[in-house]
Design a binder for this molecule. Structure first.
Ligand SMILES: Cc1cc2nc3c(=O)[nH]c(=O)nc-3n(C[C@H](O)[C@H](O)[C@H](O)COP(=O)(O)OP(=O)(O)OC[C@H]3O[C@@H](n4cnc5c(N)ncnc54)[C@H](O)[C@@H]3O)c2cc1C
Length: 509
């Protein structure tokens, strides 16, 4: 049987590895990126959740549901908490040889992150994602029944008699669009951070999978829940480098430019380790009210230089590029779009509402994250649902594939500046569909996006499809989806905050 996997971050790689255990399976895994290591997964710093020393699955489920503002699916959280730790050990450690940090006695070192009641996050310094990605790719490239194609952008899903039978794919080297037929198709295309001006996400996170699934008729849910990370480094580089939650987990404090530790007033109990949405909004409010360009994050006054260098090498490296030394200087930080809690609706096996189509990892909505994601659960979600989708596919019968004719494409260049249009969209989303939303701003955004989508569709129809044009088309479609979901949901919950919501007007906390 043929399976097409679109995206080779942790979710796609996990599915490919499990499927390839069966030699009768043939798996094609594609990425739009020229370098297969280019994904959100590679950029993950803090680590991946597993089971801590004094921990159990019920405690993790409770933490997930609390962070998700009560909207998380308990079933999904239970699956993650029970299957996840076993897969970290069997797939990442034993099969792929990932070596997480260990203490002198050989025991794993467990990190603490915001809103976790236990230390349970394993890591490799603050380069966890890069190490996991490298080891996953090395392992899957050695499997004879997996073909990895880089520089290939999926354009649209092909649906025949209600069953997804693969996708049309742009070969970025030749410029040709070809159909890739498959009995099962898995979307593992990651998030949507690039729809916003301030983001921590790499260039590929522009909602391609969500847009493709929408056009194929799949159900999407929870699109208004975008997680904004409180601390992205405010430097002259895009996307902004993330300053991991783990830095606050190890004691860093947030200060206004005049040295006020504002989180003491905002959340006296959890302070800097309050849930992400609370910290992100507190920073945003300080910036908006007082006209600050950024606030400061100070680890230097809390930890020794040696500790900072050893525990956060990536942070030290990123800071150095901007001329900052975090062992003695505070770091300028702002909030930035970071994670998509919503996505393509799937069941506990990653199956979407379209037969033959699965969605896993950040592109999907298992319901796990509810209105807000608990730190370091997304890598684990990709690992678990990649494995589950593959196991489900292995139980399915073969579907008879139809003959598909390659789509017609034009040679004409688009008549507008794609980069400029994307910049317009990103500004619009940041200003009106960002951390604090209201009806007036959302309606304005909705109108502009409608206009932009019309322009893009016209160009898309009559000009040569490039990766950038495909991305803009998808980004505009998903921006419309998020804006409309934010307009419809008038209740502030978790990451979705309406300044004009009923709760806000009644001052209910
Ligand atoms: C800076 C940063 C730090 C983070 N830190 C952590 C952390 O410490 N712990 C944690 O759990 N989570 C963390 N996250 C979140 C986590 O990294 C992601 O949620 C997770 O890696 C998503 O994995 P994925 O496999 O779903 O998608 P990704 O890893 O984003 O992979 C998506 C893949 O799809 C491909 N793709 C996209 N569109 C197309 C297309 N049209 N055609 C073909 N290919 C396409 C991309 O090229 C890529 O290969 C962090 C995220 C960021 C940005």
């Amino acid at each position: 049987m043929e399976t097409l996997i679109i995206g080779c971050g942790i979710a796609g790689a996990s599915a490919a590895l499990r499927l390839s255990d069966d030699p009768s399976q043939h798996i094609t895994i594609i990425t739009r990126a020229p370098d297969p290591e280019d994904s959100n997964t590679s950029w993950a710093q803090g680590g991946i959740v597993t089971r801590g020393l004094d921990d159990n699955p019920s405690l993790l489920v409770e933490d997930i549901v609390r962070a998700g503002a009560g909207l998380s699916s308990r079933q999904a959280a239970y699956v993650l908490a029970t299957e996840g730790p076993k897969l970290v050990q069997s797939v990442l450690v034993e099969t792929c040889g990932v070596q997480f940090d260990r203490a002198d006695d050989g025991e794993l070192v467990y990190g603490l992150e915001a809103a976790h009641s236990r230390r349970r996050v394993v890591h490799k310094g603050d380069k966890t994602g890069a190490v996991i990605t490298r080891q996953l790719l090395l392992t899957l490239q050695a499997r004879p029944n997996i073909t990895l194609l880089t520089d290939h952008t999926a354009v649209d899903l092909m649906v025949h008699d209600g069953h997804c039978v693969g996708a049309t794919v742009l070969n970025r080297q030749t410029g040709e669009i070809e159909p890739v037929l498959a009995h099962h198709t898995i979307l593992a295309t990651g998030g949507v951070g690039q729809l916003f001006r301030n983001t921590t996400n790499p260039a590929g996170a522009r909602g391609d999978g969500v847009a493709m699934a929408m056009r194929a008729g799949a159900t999407i849910s929870n699109a208004e829940y975008i997680q904004f990370h409180p601390t992205a480094m405010y430097i002259n580089e895009h996307p902004f480098p993330l300053v991991s939650e783990a830095v606050r987990g190890e004691g860093a404090i947030l200060l206004t430019p005049d040295g006020r530790r504002f989180m003491l007033d905002v959340d006296p109990e959890w302070k800097e380790l309050a849930p992400r949405d609370v910290v992100a909004r507190a920073i945003y409010s300080e910036m908006k009210l007082n006209g600050y360009e950024h606030v400061w994050l100070d680890i230097a006054s809390q930890r020794s230089p040696d500790y900072i260098r050893e525990r956060f090498p990536q942070l030290v490296e990123n800071c150095a590029k901007a001329g900052i030394d975090p062992t003695c200087d505070p770091i300028p930080v702002v909030p930035a779009a970071h994670y998509f809690c919503g996505g393509i609706s799937v069941d506990l096996w990653g199956q979407t509402s379209v037969a033959g189509l699965y969605a896993i990892g950040e592109v999907s909505c298992t319901g796990l994250h509810g209105a807000n994601r608990l730190a370091s659960t997304s890598l684990l979600e990709g690992l678990v649902w990649g494995d589950r989708a593959a196991r489900d596919i292995l139980t399915r019968d073969t579907y008879h594939l139809p003959r598909i004719i390659p789509p017609f494409t034009s040679d004409a260049d688009p008549e507008f500046d794609i980069q400029q249009m994307m910049g317009f969209l990103q500004n619009l989303m940041w200003e009106h569909v960002g951390l604090m939303r209201d009806e007036t701003g959302l309606r304005q955004a909705h109108q502009h996006i409608q206009w932009l989508r019309k322009q893009v569709e016209k160009q898309y129809r009559y000009s040569r499809p490039t990766d950038a044009l495909i991305g803009l088309r998808n980004a505009a479609q998903v921006a419309g989806l998020i804006t409309d979901a934010a307009l419809q949901n008038q209740t502030s919950t978790g990451a979705h905050y309406r300044t004009d919501s009923v709760r806000e007007r009644l001052h209910v906390s």
